[in-house]
Design a protein around this ligand. Structure first.
Ligand SMILES: C[S@@+](CC[C@H](N)C(=O)[O-])C[C@H]1O[C@@H](n2cnc3c(N)ncnc32)[C@H](O)[C@@H]1O
Length: 193
């Protein structure tokens, strides 16, 4: 079923998110782990000529993700794994690339999730991300704080006032690239541990 959140996001998808996904995901290579794959919107944007394998995780696997994988031309390289980012079932240093797009707004324990990503990422591995964040503008920050409790309820736990850059830095990642995709809210980038 298409949720209120999905319908709302279609607008952003058309305007800039699809393009941002294309750009960020083209950098994924080697053994790749995607966190919080959702309905599988990223699937068609990966460059499978530079990818050995892709594991897509989510705390709650959506049927649309399963269908998209089954129809995918590179389905032999793709696995789905129902797991929470706070408790990943993979050995240390097992991935060249870890990716998440629009996930850490919903993760319950952000620090634990980022520590787990750090653990499974190889030393020279790359973390790629797209997130929405607490706006820079003071008036918008106040409005976002104010509507957050209601938004969280209607969007299955999404928070409007998180800051992925600070969280990454606090968890020992070095940001390599950090770019605003819109003036205030959406950012994308890459980091190393
Ligand atoms: C807003 S959706 C984004 C889906 C997809 N990444 C995209 O860009 O369209 C957030 C996803 O994160 C997943 N998620 C939330 N908390 C999670 C957690 N702790 N571990 C793994 N996935 C989680 C949700 O189930 C949902 O599929």
């Amino acid at each position: 079923m298409v949720s209120f959140y999905d319908s709302f996001m279609v607008l952003f998808e058309k305007r800039f998110l699809r393009k941002a996904r294309q750009s960020i995901l083209s950098k994924a290579s080697g053994r790749v782990l995607e966190i919080g794959g959702g309905t599988g919107l990223n699937l068609m944007q990966y460059h499978f000529d530079i990818i050995d394998s892709l594991i897509i995780t989510d705390i709650d696997i959506d049927k649309r993700l399963i269908k998209r994988v089954q129809k995918h031309p590179h389905q032999d390289k793709i696995k789905i794994n129902e797991t929470s980012v706070e408790n990943l079932s993979f050995p240390d240093a097992s991935f060249d690339t870890v990716i998440f797009t629009l996930v850490f707004c919903t993760v319950t324990d952000v620090n634990q999730g980022l520590q787990e990503i750090k653990r499974v990422l190889k030393d020279n591995g790359r973390l790629l991300f797209i997130e929405h964040i607490h706006p820079r503008k003071k008036s918008l920050r106040t409005i976002f704080n104010w509507i957050n409790p209601v938004w969280k309820k209607i969007s299955s736990g999404c928070n409007l006032n998180r800051d992925i850059k600070t969280s990454l830095e606090e968890n020992g990642f070095t940001i390599g690239e950090y770019q605003y995709l819109t003036k205030q809210i959406f950012v994308g980038g890459c980091a190393k541990k």
